[in-house]
Design a binder for this molecule. Structure first.
Ligand code: HEC
Ligand code: HEC
Length: 340
């Protein structure tokens, strides 16, 4: 008798495990992969710590008034808190996009004009970026190098990380190493695709499904990064100081790229104060409404992939619930480090 009961429960166990494998959705495509690390800039604790300090230090700017984190605010999802960023030259033409998950991007800036995080900083010779751009932090990287080497604790930190004084290259490398740690691994959605079935609400699960089918978001926000690393014109209205922003066209001079911008990774976007290259939209609801009505059909350059979606109100709110599940709260709570 004992044997029969044992056998039965064994069969039952085998059965249920079979059933659950058959029903389990394969979500492995959505897991964030390891961050690509360039061969000439391996990660180290000392470098990341130094990069964290540099990213929050206003002394990297001309008048010691502006830091990277002053435009890429952790609590605002790593993006700007004004519709367009304000630098030394006044209001810029574009909104500061999030630096969360930027480590996966195959090109940097809305138009992809920089090739790497190191290049993006503007510290390297021959590359314009926030540190060197007159309209942004307005600094002279040579002066920044001198300033940092004159601060004993910084000099020390550069020696710990690189075995030498601060240089333009080391500044770029340390900041990039720090940015490679800003990955939304602890978002409910990442917990979900890594096996925690309770991490998503029922609404967010419905939203995830809509994201992939009816709402057609995965045409461009593809797995696993939620970006195809490509450029599209999605019919965003042009607002701000620029009359026109030709976007990717300025880099490629290809007519198909007119008004096309890089597909952003959507992680932590539910915390953004603004959305899109020019900060034209300011709530997630406005973003979803924009897609739902088919963008701007009057925009001659708009992508054919943007079409009316006919989402109901409930479907819109489910999509928003999914977008909220992409927020990694730990990235929103990054503190300003102690600066020497
Ligand atoms: C004055 C505000 C401001 C400051 C200061 C600033 N940024 Fe930005 N950042 C922006 C804006 C605006 C863009 C988009 C510019 C564009 O696309 O032309 C941007 C783009 C980026 C991007 C590209 C993200 C992507 O997905 O393409 C990264 C990374 C970045 N900044 C990191 C930094 C770092 C590191 C610093 C400090 C060295 C810094 N930023 C300082 C406003 C700022
Ligand atoms: C044709 C490709 C494409 C499709 C389809 C698409 N997106 Fe986008 N998405 C983009 C591009 C490109 C941008 C940036 C456009 C700009 O700034 O002008 C963007 C921007 C966004 C932003 C703002 C993020 C930021 O950093 O400012 C959100 C949120 C967003 N998309 C969500 C969605 C959702 C939700 C869907 C489905 C309803 C969707 N997208 C469909 C390409 C696409």
């Amino acid at each position: 008798m004992k044997h029969i009961v044992f056998l039965c429960s064994l069969m039952l166990a085998a059965n249920t495990s079979l059933l659950s494998t058959a029903n389990a959705e394969d979500l492995s495509d959505w897991k964030l992969p390891p961050v690509p690390i360039p061969a000439d800039n391996p990660q180290s604790k000392a470098k990341i710590k130094l990069g964290h300090m540099l990213a929050f230090d206003t002394r990297l700017s001309k008048n010691n008034s502006m830091s990277c984190a002053g435009c890429h605010l952790p609590f605002a999802g790593g993006g700007g808190h004004t519709a367009r960023a304000f630098g030394h030259g006044g209001e810029l033409g574009r909104w500061a996009p999030s630096w969360d998950n930027a480590a996966y991007s195959t090109s940097m800036f809305w138009d992809g004009r920089a090739a790497s995080l190191e290049e993006q900083t503007g510290a390297l010779p021959g590359h314009m970026g926030p540190i060197s751009a007159p309209g942004e932090m307005g600094g002279d990287p040579e002066v920044v190098v001198k300033k940092l080497n004159a601060i004993p604790a910084y000099k020390n930190a550069f020696h710990k990380a690189f075995g030498e004084d601060a240089t333009r290259q080391n500044i770029a490398k340390a900041i990039a190493s720090y940015e490679r740690t800003l990955i939304a691994r602890h978002s409910p959605f990442q917990r979900y695709v890594n096996g925690d079935k309770k991490a998503l609400s029922a609404a967010a699960k419905r939203g995830f499904k809509l994201f992939q089918d009816k709402a057609q978001c995965t045409e461009c926000h593809t797995a696993p990064l939620l970006t195809d690393n490509e450029f599209h014109n999605i019919g965003v209205p042009q607002v701000g100081p620029l009359k026109e922003d030709s976007g990717r066209y300025a880099v490629t001079h290809d007519a198909d790229d007119m008004g096309a911008f890089k597909t952003p990774s959507l992680y932590n976007s539910a915390s953004f104060a603004f959305f899109m290259h020019d900060g034209a939209l300011s709530t997630m609801k406005q973003v979803i409404d924009h897609y739902n009505k088919g963008g701007d059909p009057k925009n001659a350059h708009q992508s054919d992939l943007i079409v009316p979606l006919h989402l109901t109100r409930k479907e819109e709110s489910d999509l928003i619930a999914f977008m909220k599940s992409l927020t990694d709260p730990s990235l929103n709570h990054i503190h300003r480090p102690h600066l020497p």
